[in-house]
Design a binder for this molecule. Sequence first.
Ligand code: SAH
Length: 260
Amino acid sequence: MSVGKVWFVGAGPGDPDLITVKGRDLITRAGAILFAGSLVSEAAMRWAPAGCEVADSKDMALEEIIAWLIARAQTNAVVLRLQTGDPSLYGALIEMAQPLDAAGVDIGVVPGVTSAMASAAAAVESLTLPEVTQTVILTRVEGRTPMPAGESLEDLARHHCTLCVYLSITLLQRVVGALRAAGWPDDAPMLVVHKASWPGEEKIIRGCIADIRDKCRAAKISSQAMIIASPALGAREWPDLKKSKLYDATFTHRFRRASE
Ligand code: SAH
């Protein structure tokens, strides 16, 4: 058994202030931190204690990452794997957890603000709206990682709910094609947020199926972007919004009696 515990901590989408209090506390107590270099802002390192070993995993293969974590857990009580957004989404969590389990290293996970939520916040959008859509799908399009049966974007888009598409900005043409094939009209609204929450670097592109590619090209967005397609986008400007029952004065729920 190792002396330490390896914590997979969601660092949030970029703004260091969006890490959880629990994640920050673990950073302040860490003996070693391995962060995912491409997206986690190094500013998150501002809380690491003096003497903490801090390394970037961007040039490491999975085996090296695992070996690094196991070795550090032999001599440090708190070892962190700091990941972008939330560790449960596209973060190879299980691929790392299995060998740590096999090596007898205790692990824990601290959730983080995922980039879909940071993107909705940046654009002041609600991903659910009464009588418009009550469902959100977090997905990606097929790249080198194949999509399981029934999960093509075209299949998912047939639900006409909110779609948050990760890892796909270079395949925006494919995203748009899948929405069209699923019957979304040319003027269906779309949102692309580049570096959501990154201080001074965030870009918000609003468009529709017909023009979002041109707009992203003009804005030179080709990485680190969230694509959102949803019938609820732009609702802040709608004059005839259906209100949520939760705050409706004629609706009784668990905590409040309806007024007459
Ligand atoms: N675990 C991460 C996702 C890792 S996959 C999370 O929960 O957010 C990497 C993809 O996440 C990128 O291709 C992009 O689609 C998205 N992403 C990560 N950070 C982002 C940010 N700040 N703004 C927009 N998209 C981001």
